[in-house]
Design a protein around this ligand. Structure first.
Ligand code: MG
Length: 344
């Protein structure tokens, strides 16, 4: 196949799986996207519409099995192989014909510590927050997660930045072509979500803690941003890497509606653990003052199998107190300090 033939094939293949259609709904999902050599069950295939005869296809089909309950398992030899992940093609027959979708299932080597680098690791490293470099630093340090913030341009392209504005440009009111010209203080271009996910998916140690920002242009746009984000994570097959956080409770619930298996934590601090469970969220990610005022929520959340995360804690005494409370995660601008404290 010549180059243009290859390109044409790729475009046909991409449009088939919905990459070019932008707002395409995800077809299939898995209840879990990871395996280990000692835990060969990956997850159960879920379908949004009635689909008959799910089967595995493609070059990796022989490395996996799918049982009658649509539970996907990896074969022991494949799980032990020196491969960080596999792509698995699942096919079924829906009302309008054959449907297929590809999952990336990842050997679970993700770090289990309490450290989430807030906007990446930038402060001590002397780089720009929310830059690709800050993500690379958080990965190099060995943080469990690296947090970052996502907004949508006027023409619905997703960008990573904390504030709603950058260099006095309002991200939500500016087209992507203009935003692409913006340079961060470390010389990088303003990262797109696609570039951020691509970088994060080069490794399987540090999770990507994706904050969906609340739109200033109204609820509808916050929910449109949410749908774009969840679709991009699906299309880039990044589910194993990404956990979601948001201040807007409707955004949190919307992520769960679009992607029930996603790990979603709420940021605002005004819901009890009981309420979070009732709405099927996975955890709280609350400001340190909220957690200080409601200490009992830590234990309450644990008993309800919610994860506990506290932001943005940079003070050594406060970090110590939270470690003593055995919170699951601490989001900090000082990941180096927190790592030194837990490595003692
Ligand atoms: Mg944030």
């Amino acid at each position: 196949m010549n180059l243009s033939g290859k390109a044409a094939f790729l475009i046909v293949a991409m449009s088939h799986v919905g990459i070019l259609s932008g707002m395409a709904q995800s077809v299939f999902s898995l209840t879990k996207y990871t395996y280990t050599p000692s835990a060969l069950t990956v997850g159960t295939v879920q379908t949004k519409e009635a689909v008959k005869r799910l089967t595995l296809k493609g070059p990796t089909a022989k490395l996996f099995s799918l049982d009658k309950a649509n539970q996907l398992s990896i074969k022991a030899e494949a799980a032990s192989a020196d491969k960080p992940w596999y792509d698995v093609l699942v096919e079924g027959v829906g009302a309008k014909g054959t449907i297929r979708d590809t999952f990336r299932v990842v050997k679970d080597a993700f770090i289990r510590n309490q450290v989430i680098a807030h906007r990446g690791a930038w402060k001590q490293a002397g780089t720009t927050e929310n830059s690709i470099k800050s993500l690379q630093n958080a990965i190099a340090l060995g943080c469990m997660g690296s947090e970052f913030d996502v907004h949508m341009s006027s023409d619905s392209v997703l960008f990573v930045n904390h504030d709603h504005t950058i260099q006095e440009i309002e991200i939500e009111k500016t087209p992507a072509a203009e935003l692409a010209k913006v340079k961060l203080s470390n010389g990088e271009s303003l990262p797109t979500l696609a570039s951020y996910l691509t970088e994060g998916m080069k490794q399987t140690k540090t999770k990507l803690i994706l904050e969906i920002k609340t739109s200033r242009l109204g609820k509808e746009r916050s929910l449109a941003l949410t749908e774009r984000v969840v679709n991009m994570v699906h299309q880039m097959k990044a589910q194993a890497w990404v956990d979601y956080i948001a201040f807007d409770y409707d955004v949190c619930k919307s992520v769960k509606a679009l992607s029930p298996e996603a790990n979603v934590s709420y940021l605002m601090g005004d819901k009890t653990p009981e309420q979070l469970v009732a709405d099927h969220l996975n955890g709280f990610d609350y400001h340190q003052n909220v957690v200080r005022k409601n200490e009992a929520w830590i234990q309450d959340a644990r008993q309800r199998k919610l994860t506990t995360n506290v932001w943005t804690v940079n003070d050594k005494n406060e970090l110590n107190w939270l470690l003593e409370q055995h919170v699951d995660y601490i989001t900090t601008n000082e990941p180096e300090l927190l790592l030194s404290m837990i490595q003692k």
